[in-house]
Design a binder for this molecule. Structure first.
Ligand code: FES
Length: 309
């Protein structure tokens, strides 16, 4: 796809507009909450939420420059220019806005606003009751502020310390009403607070939805034996180590890209052993088959795992 527009949306946040390289209509559609895989010139692949609705005929992303960027956001911020081409997947949706007519509460922190912005726009388009709570470090760090600042259904909250965010949520998170849904996206600790407080206010888990855009923090707490069937190599997977890292120690390089269980690059066939799935890529049927694993994040549920590698 071709980069049609670039804009500094807020401090450290780059807005990117993409269209088809030949300017033809997009060959796909999507629902709010969807993301695309973007391949950088550096070869790495990253996932970014779409902030706009499909009827605009282009893809809009907002990319935060991650301080610890391993070549994803840093490459986009520093290297991408208008007119450049990027390899972009069709949208996938792991965080869809559920159908319904009941009120929708969207609770975002930082760059977590991106999928929620698309949901917000969809609710407004459907005249569905919606409210957006958006926490940012400062007004300068708040993306889309020009569009949102005068909207009575949006509350922009900035400049709060972490403990104050919890106190604010404690004061302002409403009790559950029949048919209402709550969607949250932001750092893990933030989403955990939202979920906990919502639970205390009677929100059932079936009405709570959240997006993870970080590698799961869980890893195996016990050692396990990893067998790489094609080479016959064996290695002990240390507590807290990924299968990919363990294989690397014996010279076997499993291709990876996102390192977060989202892109599919590391998908590997399992010869034997029980899997602890932690990815967001495999379908329920693929998991149930026991035949596939995403070794960048998933682990071993028993003491031994044999992979077709
Ligand atoms: S590297 Fe992306 S799913 Fe494993």
């Amino acid at each position: 796809m071709k980069t049609r527009g670039l804009r500094e949306e807020a401090e450290g946040i780059l807005a990117v507009e993409l269209c088809m390289a030949d300017s033809t209509p997009l060959p796909f559609s999507w629902q709010p909450g969807a993301h695309v895989d973007v391949q950088m010139g550096s070869g790495v692949v990253r996932q970014y939420s779409l902030t706009n609705l499909a009827d605009e005929g282009c893809l809009r992303l907002a990319i935060k420059h991650a301080d610890d960027s391993r070549g994803g956001s840093r490459w986009l911020h520093q290297q991408l220019r208008v007119g450049d081409r990027l390899k972009v997947s069709a949208p996938r949706n792991l965080f869809p806005l559920q159908p319904g007519t009941g009120p929708v509460l969207l609770v975002a922190a930082g760059i977590g606003v991106t999928p929620l912005l698309a949901m917000y726009r969809q609710c407004r388009a459907e005249q569905r009751p919606v409210q957006l709570l958006y926490f940012a470090r400062s007004p300068a760090h708040s993306a889309f502020i020009e569009q949102l600042r005068h909207d009575p259904a949006v509350r922009l909250i900035s400049g709060l310390a972490a403990a104050e965010v919890g106190a604010y949520l404690d004061q302002h998170l409403p009790a559950w009403q029949t048919d209402s849904q709550l969607y949250t996206c932001g750092p893990d600790g933030f989403m955990a607070s939202v979920q906990q407080l919502a639970g205390e206010r009677g929100w059932p888990s079936s009405a709570l939805f959240q997006e993870h855009f970080q590698a799961p923090l869980v890893s195996d707490s016990q050692e396990a034996e990893l067998v790489l069937a094609r080479s016959g190599k064996r290695v002990t997977v240390l507590a807290g180590e990924t299968l990919v890292a363990a294989a690397e120690r014996v010279g076997i390089s499993i291709p990876t890209s996102c390192g977060m269980g989202m892109c599919g690059a590391c998908m590997t066939a399992v010869v034997s052993g029980e899997i602890e799935h932690r990815d967001q890529y495999l379908s329920d049927a693929e998991r149930a088959s026991g035949q596939w694993i995403m070794p960048c994040v998933s682990g071993c549920a028993g003491g031994r795992l044999e992979l077709d590698f």
